[in-house]
Design a protein around this ligand. Structure first.
Ligand code: MIC
Length: 645
């Protein structure tokens, strides 16, 4: 039986364990990616390891999330990152150079290698046949320090693509179809591998779109083969030399299967406020739209933006509608300018912004209360836009442009009444300009790291106590995202390098008193439903609750990255053995966990807890390595112990 591609790449990088789904493995990491919102903390963590210079093939630091400079805070972070990058041997992509995912695809990604990124949408690099995984900042910091990355060996889910997308339908509709079928939990514990004859009809950037939003399915990552389209993209970037052909063996098998006939995919849209709330665009046609945003984390490539330009060419944005464009990179913007697209957008009445994440992480572009906003972004969790009562829909660039023209949600295929399908391709040769990228000097020794007042050192955490006796500070439901635990947006993001300050915002949307109550008690527990902590990789959603004293979270199930982040910072992720026991705990209950330390150390899976006198059995599904970290009070404590004896 032949091998699938995901297993081939994993095998080439395997340093510990066996490729058996569910078991812990460790893989060698070739490249790392940090962005500023997660990267300031990750860089502080890298510094805490005491290792003088990164030990990976390539480390990149992007500044793309916190571009607003309304006071010293973000600016302090930028200077810190710029100097730390120089010191430790990291390539810096400066503010305005673009979104990490798009720039990495353009300038750094290499087929068949591994990339670990402190951003859940790192799998965008699947567009190049790279095995790219999102992780918490500390995991990436340790990969930069040369440590392998530990993960639970995923199942490989083969999704066969046949047929060809019809005019006005694009990569975004394919991933929305996956979300429609499988929900935000459908990919948990799996790598999605696309194969089959339909692949050849998708460009590297279409594949990148599909890879990006595999994160919304909860998948560990996504892989695509590296073929002639991959080579064409790399050659157009002047990087043809890094191309290598990669595919599954013809008789490869998968742990699970699905199939999509691309010819049957229709324009789809995710309704408020979850990426899996997907319906055909035609079902909600006629809904008045107030705002459209194209670009940011996903759908910000040349092909995507130029498609919108062509649709808007010679037309006007519908009255009363705001139409924003967030280019994925400076390179995308320059190429769109060179092809005349910028003028088309301006004449249509569009607002073109600097390349960056912007509204995608709630940094500007917030819609008005109850206004309908159509975005090509990957996420629409409640309030993420910055507006509490938001109504955010996720769609393709074609659907976004159709709304721009008609002012209401419109199936983009209706545009064929106005113009032929533009069928935009990426350029054969991009204009390449690396002015926004700063390579590190050979010797970082003389570089001084600048730490302004917003850069607060990583907090120290004590080891696990023998037993816990804590109150349930909050109880939440299913699919709670990290946006709910640790909000995005311009009020909060500037504190990403300052844990004491950011901890005041934990669960702010769900319960504004949470942080005060937790801090008063000095310790506590959180109870959650299924898929607790889905979404962003931000470790602040573990780190800040830990700072407030949360030592245990009990849920029906946890999202992969958040679970690792909890362990990294010494919070026990316990799972109800019987999910029905979720109903037996309420906010304010007292939880006692006797012999906690001993049970954690001994490898016990069942951890009985007492809730106001009654017993509930919970499970600690953790490897010995993870248990050591939990007992030590967090991963950094174990690393420090190892390095200093
Ligand atoms: C996101 O899309 O949610 C983000 C913003 O890119 C995050 C990173 C962050 O919170 O800084 C992610 O996906 O990991």
């Amino acid at each position: 039986m032949g091998e699938n591609l995901a297993r081939k790449i994993l095998k080439e990088h395997l340093v510990e364990g066996e490729l058996v789904p569910g078991r812990e493995i460790a893989i060698r990491i070739d490249q790392t990616l940090l962005q500023d919102a997660t990267g300031t903390m990750a860089m502080l963590e890298f510094m805490a390891t005491g290792i003088p210079r990164v030990k990976v093939g390539l480390a990149a630091q992007y500044v793309d999330h916190n571009l607003l400079q309304t006071d010293n805070k973000n600016a302090d972070d930028h200077v810190f990152l710029a100097t730390a990058a120089q010191k430790f041997g990291v390539h810096l992509s400066k503010p305005g150079n673009g979104v990490s995912h798009q720039v990495h695809l353009e300038r750094f990604g290499v087929p068949g290698t591994t990339l670990l990124g402190a951003d859940s949408h790192t799998p965008t690099a699947a567009g190049l046949g790279q095995l790219a995984i999102g992780a918490g900042g500390l995991d990436v910091a340790l990969a930069m320090a040369g440590y392998p990355f530990h993960l639970t060996c995923p199942k490989i889910w083969g999704v066969k693509l046949t047929g060809q997308l019809q005019p006005w339908v694009s990569g975004k509709d394919v991933i929305l179809e996956m979300l429609r079928r499988h929900t935000v939990k459908g990919g948990v514990g799996k790598i999605i591998e696309y194969y089959g004859p339909g692949i050849a009809t998708l460009s590297a950037t279409d594949r990148a779109t599909i890879g990006n939003m595999g994160a919304e399915l909860g998948a560990t990552t996504t892989v695509f083969p590296s073929d002639d389209n991959t080579r064409a993209f790399l050659e157009a970037q002047g990087r043809g030399d890094v191309w290598r052909e990669l595919s599954a063996d013809a008789d490869a098998s998968y742990d699970e299967y699905d199939e999509i006939d691309l010819s049957q995919v229709v324009p789809l849209i995710a309704c408020p406020s979850s990426p899996d709330n997907v319906v055909p665009v035609s079902e909600i046609e006629g809904l008045k739209v107030d705002q459209v945003i194209v670009g940011s984390s996903v759908n910000s490539s040349f092909r995507d933006l130029m498609t919108v330009c062509r649709i808007l060419e010679g037309r006007r944005i519908a009255p009363g509608l705001a139409f924003h464009i967030n280019p994925g990179s400076r390179q995308v913007l320059e190429n769109v300018v060179a092809h005349g697209g910028f003028m088309m957008l301006l004449l249509a009445g569009g607002q073109v912004h600097q390349p960056g994440c912007l509204g995608c992480i709630g940094m500007g572009q917030a819609p008005g209360t109850n206004q309908v906003s159509l975005r090509t972004f990957p996420r629409n969790f409640p309030g993420r836009s910055g507006t509490k009562e938001d109504r955010v829909y996720l769609c393709s660039p074609e659907t976004a442009a159709a709304a721009g023209v008609f002012g209401v949600v419109t199936d983009p295929r209706k545009l064929s009444e106005l113009l032929p399908w533009p069928d935009v391709k990426n350029p054969d040769r991009y204009l390449v300009d690396d002015a926004g990228i700063q390579a590190p000097p050979e010797d970082g020794g003389p570089v001084e790291i600048v730490t302004g007042p917003n850069i607060v050192p990583f907090p120290e955490f004590p080891a696990l106590p023998d037993q816990l006796d804590v109150e349930v500070i909050i109880k939440v439901g299913d699919n709670v995202s990290t946006d709910t635990i640790m909000p995005a947006g311009n009020k909060v993001l500037p504190f990403r390098s300052n844990i004491p300050a950011i901890s005041k915002f934990v669960f702010e949307q769900a319960d504004p008193e949470f942080a005060i109550r937790a801090a008063e008690k000095g310790d506590g527990a959180v109870v959650g439903g299924e898929n607790y902590g889905q979404g962003s990789s931000r470790e602040h959603a573990a780190l800040a609750p830990r700072y407030l004293g949360i030592r245990v979270k009990i849920a029906k199930s946890f999202a992969r990255i958040h679970r690792s982040n909890l362990i990294n910072f010494g919070i026990l992720p316990l799972v109800f053995k019987d999910p029905a026991d979720y109903d037996r705990i309420k906010q304010g209950d007292r939880i006692t966990i006797p012999r906690l330390r001993e049970l954690t150390e001994s490898g016990a899976t069942e951890i009985p807890i007492r809730v106001d006198g009654a017993e509930i059995v919970t499970l600690l599904n953790a490897s010995q390595r993870e248990r050591r970290e939990l007992v030590a009070g967090g991963l950094l404590n174990t690393v420090k112990e190892e390095n200093h004896g």
